[in-house]
Design a protein around this ligand. Structure first.
Ligand code: IVH
Length: 676
């Protein structure tokens, strides 16, 4: 139960206490109390306010929850123009700016500067009257903005009353502060995940999210968004305020605003250039998007005296980083067929320059992505190119739609071979499963002849590529038709080499059933599954007639793999390949058929998997372990029995070592599972 003090001064004290904890948490990132204790304080203040609604003031923390929706935003006339800046694009431009202003006023040669990050967010103008936040506005056209007071109030890092902690700081009766509202990259990703889970539309980038959140007519929605503010200027004040930019930043900080910790004081212009250089690298490692650095003359009187060049003040300049995102038209969506048969959509774009490179195509990841983001042919789309990643389409600019956009329909057939494409339940990718599809033939052949499959010695990728390019083979079975004379015209083939290869190919007809099954390259059927199928069915004829249910009776095979096998066999082109293999005598019978299901040593065992496995995708290993009676969990704990470790294991490995959990390599695992 909360005890309810009934005098107003006690209420004021709790209010102040909460505002201070709020500041410690949201501005300083250094809370003094736990969330639970903070929540108790909130309960307490709500309790008091319920009994004394007349006590409630604009700076009460309860006012941050948002209030009733409004129809539209009112207009606000700014007390001074909310200016924007001229741009520089490289260090030479910066020097030109400095030389130009030095000509206007020779004090420039002796001035210092402040370099501040240009966070990619939205300008807001915050009005304080007697230290109380009374109004918040957007920039609008620089002269008139929109009244978004209720939305701004929900932003926890904005003080509702200043000064927050140091009571000695003098605050002018009227103070108008400018800052940038933004969202961190991690908050953006978490929010998008949350929206996606609820089946709601996701946002394109942090800036777009901040903009959308600030413009909500219902401030209760804004209150749910992880908006932050950093302050960097005083627009207007009725009393004395610092006359240097560095002084302004320190003053704003002392009032309880969040100012950027990355702002630096540069005594000379040389320091500015050095700092600007440092930003190129620093930018990569920050949890917020920065589109440039703002360089400001520190002496604000000098800055004001420098006046304007056109609409822009001369006293500051924005050094813009190369853009990573641009908007362009999505002319069409093409589909690539990868060497593994995966169909991947890609964007055919109106060429656009992003960070100095002309981008004409960009990836769309997969078909689900197009649907999720509602990307339509003819849309204006955001395209991002950052660091080493392939340019990708972030999403459509819905506001630019004309109504002529077309919804993309995923092709039901492989665009290369025209055969039906397939999709496994629970997996995102669509596949062309035609073993003779030219797009995959190289990879299928390479796999077919590899050591784990038919083990045809002397046949490497180069020969495979020659055979495909010269159209000497059109599917894997054609290998058995090859004679010495077919190989001789190929580059690098003398008679002896050709004879050896033909001999190796013919010799591979003796390979056991499990290898032939593996060699077919059915999605999800590697060495392990190949062996399991061979043991169970004993012949290709039996396998060909198997139903999904038959397949699922096999240890380690779940519905996905069972379906993949049946679909592969039903594919007309694949049936032709099988028929040809049979005619060529590549049709082994297993020596022994397994009758009893072995007791699994993995029954009831808990596995965690880390790194990339050679023989299994994540879905496959899950199915495999579950069929052995075990289960997979996501993180290592005391109840984990085994850590199955693939290539490039992650932090789970260290955790498992710390907890002394048995670690298995994939080979060890397969041995124990009886599949080696
Ligand atoms: S100073 C005269 N400082 O960048 C003062 N702007 O064109 C002009 N911005 O619209 C603004 N961080 O939204 C300034 N530290 C910073 C900034 C900053 C981001 C934005 C602001 C403005 C644009 C500059």
């Amino acid at each position: 139960m909360t005890s309810t003090p009934l005098d107003k001064s006690a209420y004021e004290k709790i209010k102040e206490e909460i505002n201070l904890h709020n500041y410690r948490y949201h501005v300083m990132d250094d809370p003094l109390i736990s969330d639970a204790v903070f929540d108790q304080l909130l309960v307490k203040i709500r309790d008091i306010e319920e009994q004394h609604p007349d006590w409630i003031t604009a700076d009460s923390p309860t006012q941050r929850a948002g209030s009733l929706a409004i129809d539209k935003f009112d207009k606000v006339i700014h007390p001074a123009s909310i200016l924007s800046l001229s741009n520089a694009f490289n260090l030479a431009d910066l020097t030109t700016w400095k030389n130009r202003i030095a000509k206007v006023d020779d004090r420039v040669e002796r001035t210092s500067y402040v370099a501040e990050p240009k966070i990619d967010g939205l300008t807001v103008v915050l009005h304080y009257q007697n230290g109380i936040f009374v109004q918040g506005a957007t920039r609008g056209n620089g002269e008139i903005g929109e009244d978004i007071t209720e939305n701004i109030r929900t932003i926890r890092s904005i003080p509702l009353r200043i000064p927050v902690k140091n009571k000695d700081v003098v605050v002018p009766e009227r103070l108008v502060v400018r800052g940038e509202v933004y969202i961190t990259i991690s908050d953006f990703e978490a929010l998008n995940n949350r929206l996606a889970e609820m089946g709601e539309k996701t946002y394109l980038n942090p800036r777009n999210t901040a903009a959308g959140s600030l413009r909500q007519l219902d401030s209760r929605i804004t209150a749910q968004r992880p908006l932050r503010l950093y302050a960097y200027a005083i627009v207007d004040a009725s009393g004395p305020v610092p006359q240097t930019q560095w002084g302004v930043l320190q003053y704003l900080e002392s009032l309880g605003f969040h100012v950027s910790q990355y702002s630096t004081f540069c005594p000379t212009f040389q320091d500015v250039l050095q700092e600007a250089e440092l930003w190129q690298q620093r930018r990569e490692n920050l949890n917020f998007e920065v589109d440039g650095v703002v360089i400001k003359v520190d002496d604000l009187t000098l800055a004001a005296d420098l006046g304007f060049a056109g609409k822009d003040p001369r006293g500051a300049v924005a050094l813009k980083f190369p853009a990573r995102e641009e908007v362009t038209l999505l002319n069409d969506i093409g589909v690539n067929v990868g060497r593994t048969g995966v169909l991947t959509p890609y964007a055919i774009l109106n060429p656009v320059e992003i960070g100095g490179v002309v981008v004409k195509q960009a990836t769309l990841h997969n078909f689900d992505y197009i649907e999720e983001k509602d990307i339509r042919i003819g849309d204006s789309v955001f395209v991002k190119r950052a660091g080493d990643v392939i340019p990708y389409v972030i999403g459509p600019v819905v506001d630019l739609r004309t109504g002529n956009e077309r919804i993309f329909v995923a092709p039901e057939v492989c665009p290369v071979c025209g055969q039906e494409s397939q999709h496994l339940e629970g997996e995102v990718a669509w596949f062309c499963v035609n073993a003779a599809c030219p797009a995959q033939l190289v990879r299928n052949l390479e796999y077919f002849v590899s050591r784990q499959a038919m083990d045809i010695v002397g046949m490497g990728i180069k020969i495979v590529e020659q055979l495909v390019t010269e159209k000497i083979v059109e599917d894997v079975a054609d290998l058995y038709r090859l004679g010495v004379d077919d190989l001789l015209p190929l580059e690098g083939f003398a008679r002896k080499k050709a004879e050896n290869l033909v001999e190796a190919i013919q010799g591979s007809k003796e390979r056991p059933l499990n290898r032939v099954i593996t060699a077919l390259g059915i999605h999800g059927v590697g060495e392990v599954m190949g062996a399991a199928l061979a043991v169970h069915f004993g012949s290709l004829d039996a396998l060909i007639n198997a139903s999904i249910t038959d397949l699922m009776n096999i240890e380690g095979i779940g519905p996905n793999i069972a379906e993949a096998v049946v679909k592969w066999i039903q594919q007309p082109q694949n049936q032709k390949v099988l028929e040809k293999l049979k005619n060529f005598g590549v049709w082994p019978i297993a020596t022994q058929k397994k009758n009893s299901v072995r007791e699994s040593i993995f029954a009831n065992k808990v596995f965690v998997v880390t790194g990339t496995l050679e023989n299994f995708s994540r879905t496959e290993i899950k199915e495999f372990i579950e069929n052995l009676g075990g289960k997979i969990t996501g993180s290592v704990s005391k109840s984990t029995d085994y850590l199955l470790m693939g290539e490039n294991p992650g932090s789970k490995l260290t955790k498992a070592q710390e907890l002394n959990i048995k670690i298995l390599t994939e080979t060890e695992f397969l041995e124990l599972a009886g599949h080696s």
